[in-house]
Design a binder for this molecule. Structure first.
Ligand code: PLP
Length: 362
């Protein structure tokens, strides 16, 4: 079976000597390796303030705190995502206000978002679902017009870009996840890119109990709530080795995605996504809309190809029942949306087979 998702670790020859070195270095906590990983990651994104953390969820939590979201406030979000995007909002005690999606991409619809803004709205959580960039131009306008921070959850979209600039450069906060199955893994880990230099300094405190690093404990005074969210030198070592080949890996996702974009045009029973102008997805999953999805998934499985919706629309979870609202486009997307494999492991031969299997019909 060609899997839909797969974990990628560097070769033993590349990784184990570095891991052995760090493990017995006497410094496995957060130290200079973490600094180095952040600097290399920032270089990869083409931005400056990148703060590593222990998960993508922690990165989102820090973004919400920086955005000033408190218990009882409203955060506009999407139901088409993985659950952490939304559980982190209720974790703060804030209310989720669901906006509808754009059927062209499955991502939040800017017009729907605008219609949901109230005096209680404190932030907008926008997800580049499956690796497809959100409508960056429109969301930048919204950030500007309403003075509302956009938190871009780019957990699926490492290496995706807009106007030739990688995601991580466009909004006040952009977060990434290095969990096992994302484009790049550090086993677990995350990153938050922060535009404002002062907020970046504040984020460092939130990441580590509110304690200032580099100042003795006796001279430290904790004056705001912090958490234990830092990355350690061991995970950062894995990240540094992973970054050496990340360009090549992401290029493979993009090559496969572009291949499907081209080959699956005008295929009966299939509707492709329509990306926003100047945006380049990084195709963590290749998403399409198909008729009779259950039959499609079964036909793919019969051909040795894993296809799946992978995620459940988030608004149906009991924990979110207080926030229920009609989302007609999500209802429609939910019936047809499916993903096929497009990652680094999909060979030219396999992607040809995937296209042929789809073209055969189901
Ligand atoms: C994976 C993921 C996260 C959370 O990342 P973790 O590193 O697992 O905490 C957040 N948002 C989305 C959309 C994700 O897929």
């Amino acid at each position: 079976m060609i899997p839909l998702i797969k974990t990628l670790l560097p070769s033993k020859e590349e990784l184990l000597p570095k891991l052995e070195e760090v493990l017995y270095s006497g410094y496995i906590a957060q130290g200079s390796v973490v600094d180095e990983f952040e600097a290399e990651f920032a270089k990869f994104i083409g931005t400056k303030n990148c703060l590593s953390v222990n998960s993508g969820t922690s990165a989102l939590h820090i973004a919400l705190i920086l955005a000033g979201v408190k218990a009882g406030d409203e955060v506009i979000s999407t139901a088409v995502t993985a659950e952490p995007t939304n559980t982190v909002i209720t974790q703060i005690g804030a209310k989720i206000v669901w906006a509808d999606i754009d059927l062209n991409t499955g991502n939040l619809c800017p017009d729907s978002v605008e219609s949901k803004i109230t005096n209680n709205t404190k932030a907008i959580m926008a997800v580049d679902y499956a690796g497809t960039p959100i409508n960056i131009k429109r969301f930048q306008e919204i950030e500007e017009k309403y003075g509302l921070p956009i938190i871009q959850d780019s957990a699926h979209a490492l290496g995706a870009s807009y106007n030739g600039e990688k995601l991580g450069n466009h909004f006040k906060y952009t977060t990434f996840s290095f969990q096992a199955i994302k484009h790049m893994t550090t086993i677990d880990g995350g990153m938050i890119c922060i535009k404002d230099d002062k907020e970046f300094e504040k984020a460092k405190l939130i990441r580590w109990f509110g304690i200032k690093k580099g100042v003795s404990r006796l001279d430290n005074d904790i004056n705001s709530q912090g958490y234990k969210y830092h990355m350690n030198n061991v995970n950062a070592t894995i990240g540094l080795v992973q970054l050496k080949s990340i360009d090549r890996i992401i290029e493979k996702y993009i090559e496969n995605g572009k291949y499907y974009d081209h080959e699956l045009q005008k295929t009966e029973g299939v509707e492709l996504l329509k990306y926003y102008p100047e945006s380049q997805p990084s195709y963590w999953l290749y998403t399409l809309k198909v008729e009779r999805r259950t039959d499609f998934i079964k036909a793919m499985a019969d051909n040795g190809i894993m296809a799946s919706e992978l995620h459940k629309r988030n608004d149906v979870h009991s924990i979110f029942s207080d926030f229920k609202t009609p989302l007609p486009h999500v209802d429609e997307f939910e019936k047809t949306w499916v993903h096929i494999p497009s990652g680094w492991w999909v060979t030219e031969k396999e992607r040809t087979k995937i296209v042929e299997s789809i073209k055969k019909g189901w």
